[in-house]
Ligand binder design. Structure first.
Ligand SMILES: [Fe+2]
Ligand SMILES: [Fe+2]
Length: 271
């Protein structure tokens, strides 16, 4: 059980006039991705097969991720009554499935797995913080604020586990950077693109590039520099570098430039 439930959301304050159709599309996609939390929890339980305490934490974490999906999906159904969360989830999992048959981390070790999880929670905490600030619809804002708080807590949870893993597993800076950078690059893979497709564009055949661009154009547009700054500090902390130093600031500026250029390019192509 998480720190809040769907009953804590003030659904009666929903204001249809403040729904942004562009944000609605990425909220629908996010609601599907969050539901995969159950699969990831199962996977983490296999990776930490001899650690019942962590397995317990992983299952509770998975339940919280599913609740994120339920809250976002319910909001999306309010904003667009034709949106059927269950049907969209089925479409998504029919085309995108995690390999749960592994007994060890696909990253190569438990510490590497925790670095990847920290990067994911960094991404989600920044994204929901940005979404909360981008929307004028009060219920979506509240949902995103609650989810962002959960994601920051998840980061701390995995960061704590990473520290524990690193007490027995030696991992150099370059190895840590490689895992973190690899996981950031993976955010461009099928998971988000296919979720966007399954939630929004399922009449036409799946075109990965088109769906990835349609998603990125809307999702990257909600970020502001302070979201990237905080996210970069979290990634730096994960790999053991100074979170708020000069390197982190330079990396933030570079990431901001790349993100804005990409959004501008995609907007131009879409126009
Ligand atoms: Fe989440
Ligand atoms: Fe999370």
């Amino acid at each position: 059980m998480g720190l809040w439930t769907l009953d804590d959301i003030p659904w009666e304050r929903f204001d249809r006039t403040k729904v942004d159709p562009e944000l609605l599309r990425i909220v629908k996609a996010a609601s599907l991705v969050e539901h995969i939390g159950a699969d990831y929890a199962q996977y983490l339980c296999r990776v930490f097969h001899d650690d019942p305490a962590f397995q317990d934490i992983a299952r509770r974490w998975g339940d919280e991720e599913i609740q994120h999906g339920e809250a976002l999906g319910r909001w999306a159904s309010l904003a667009d009554p034709s949106f059927d969360l269950r049907a969209a989830c089925e479409r998504f999992t029919a085309g995108f499935r995690l390999d749960l048959t592994v007994d060890d981390s696909v990253r190569g070790s438990r510490a590497r797995e925790m670095i990847a999880r920290c990067v994911v929670e960094t991404g989600t905490s920044s994204y929901y913080s940005a979404l909360a600030e981008a929307t004028h619809e009060p219920v979506l804002r509240e949902i995103c604020q609650r989810i962002a708080a959960d994601e920051f807590r998840h980061y701390k949870l995995f960061y704590g586990t990473l520290k524990r893993c690193l007490s027995t597993e030696k991992l150099g800076l370059w190895s840590k950077l490689r895992v973190a950078a690899g996981r950031i690059v993976e955010s461009e893979d099928d998971e988000l693109a296919y979720a966007y497709y399954a939630a929004n564009e399922n009449a036409a055949p799946y075109d990965r590039r088109r769906s990835a661009n349609a998603y990125a154009r809307r999702a990257y547009a909600v970020y502001r520099p302070h979201h990237l700054e905080r996210g970069m500090a979290m990634v730096f902390k994960t790999v053991g570098l100074t979170p708020n130093g000069r390197m982190s600031r330079l990396a933030t500026q570079a990431a901001w430039w790349v993100m804005r250029s990409r959004v501008a390019r995609l907007m131009k192509t879409a126009a």
